[in-house]
Design a protein around this ligand. Structure first.
Ligand code: SF4
Length: 360
């Protein structure tokens, strides 16, 4: 598919070439859907070489640390529970096994498309203890909140969540403080920003003097957002702009935000590759601790380790591109993933493997 036949796209690409940047700039996208779209439509290959698109920690499966995978595996090993999770999580390797392996061994592990599936299963099977592995950024947290609220109201006492939800804005600041990473601008996530709005990025744009543009997901959206960033850089500006204005409002979705903080409080959270980030995670408020799987199913801590040779940590920080990992494509492939970035449908390594192998 040659997207340059679209005259709007051709026009925006021409504008990028006319910008004549004197030095190379790095734009980080922090949304796995952007990562996939950039690779799928070959956007890296049609823009000037001076614009370096790097991927950040925008894939929730990828940033879930091995310690959480190991803990949930221990829970399945030690308790007779029914676990529900989104499909990608099944194949993410922990230190010793994966949920897929546990399922093959006969553990009751199920793929679901919504936490409501897990809650409904719990209601229909009151003798089973049901855990939903609650993963995702601000986009998916409101739905987990709805489910907890419903379980609380309906007094469902066999439903729990293992919570690994994470918040994006706090991670961006951590990346900017790391001197090994060169980030000149952020291509901000469209879905997350539909919930949180644009004001969260003001502090980042102001403090670190970098442009932030909230982008949609079509090739034209992404290219136009890059063009908006370049124009800011050329004009010495560092503002927050909303390209995806057909969906994202400055104030976000106040109803969804209220829902999140009715159920959760902010807390520190460990991200794969980025370590502990203050206030980048959520914990259940005291009234809802009865649903916390970490409290109800304690397990001994095991010493977690990253897969040998896997560079996911550096890939998630934009320090390395997937093909710079020695395992990429020869050993680590979607049919034999060594790290989470090759497992997830939003992972950078999977994106490069599927769409960019012949282009690098
Ligand atoms: S190619 Fe595989 S092993 Fe290397 S960083 Fe990516 S997921 Fe990890």
């Amino acid at each position: 598919m040659n997207i340059l036949t679209d005259k709007n796209i051709k026009h925006i690409v021409e504008s990028l070439y006319k910008s004549n940047l004197s030095e190379s700039i790095s734009i980080m996208e922090v949304c796995g859907t952007h990562t996939m779209a950039i690779s799928k439509y070959g956007l890296r290959q049609i823009i000037p070489e001076t614009i370096n698109l790097i991927s950040g920690p925008g894939c929730p499966v990828c940033v879930t640390p091995a310690s959480d995978i190991d803990t949930i595996l221990e829970i399945t090993e030690n308790y007779d529970i029914s676990l529900f999770t989104f499909g990608d999580m099944l194949h993410v390797p922990g230190s010793r096994s994966s949920l897929y392996n546990k399922k093959s061994e006969g553990k009751d592990i199920n793929i679901c498309y919504s936490p409501l599936d897990a809650l409904n299963f719990a209601k229909q099977n009151p003798s089973r203890k049901v855990i939903f592995l609650a993963i995702g950024f601000e986009t998916t947290i409101p739905l987990t909140s709805v489910v907890i609220k419903r379980a609380y109201t309906e007094k469902i006492n066999n439903f729990f969540i293992y919570n690994v939800h994470k918040l994006i804005p706090e991670a961006l600041e951590t990346l900017l403080k790391d001197e090994r990473i060169k980030i000149d601008a952020f291509l901000c996530p469209g879905h997350v920003s539909a919930i949180i709005g644009s004001t969260h990025y003001n502090l980042i744009a102001e403090k670190y003097k970098i442009p932030c543009v909230i982008s949609g997901f079509e090739p034209f959206d992404i290219l136009e957002s890059i063009d908006m960033i370049i124009k800011q850089i050329k004009n010495n500006k560092h503002e927050v702009q909303i390209q995806y204005n057909r969906v994202v409002r400055e104030e976000g979705n106040p109803f969804a935000i209220k829902l999140i903080y009715e159920i959760f409080d902010k807390t520190d959270s460990i991200w794969r590759g980025l370590g502990n980030i203050p206030d980048s995670g959520l914990k259940l408020k005291e009234d809802f601790l009865e649903f916390d799987a970490k409290i109800h199913f304690p397990v001994k801590k095991i010493r977690s380790k990253e897969p040998p040779g896997c560079q996911c940590g550096d890939v998630l920080k934009g320090i390395k591109k997937p093909f710079e990992c020695g395992l990429f494509s020869n050993i680590c492939r979607p049919d034999n993933p060594i790290g989470p970035c090759m497992v997830s449908s939003e992972g950078s390594c999977a994106a490069y493997y599927r769409y960019e192998q012949l282009k690098v």
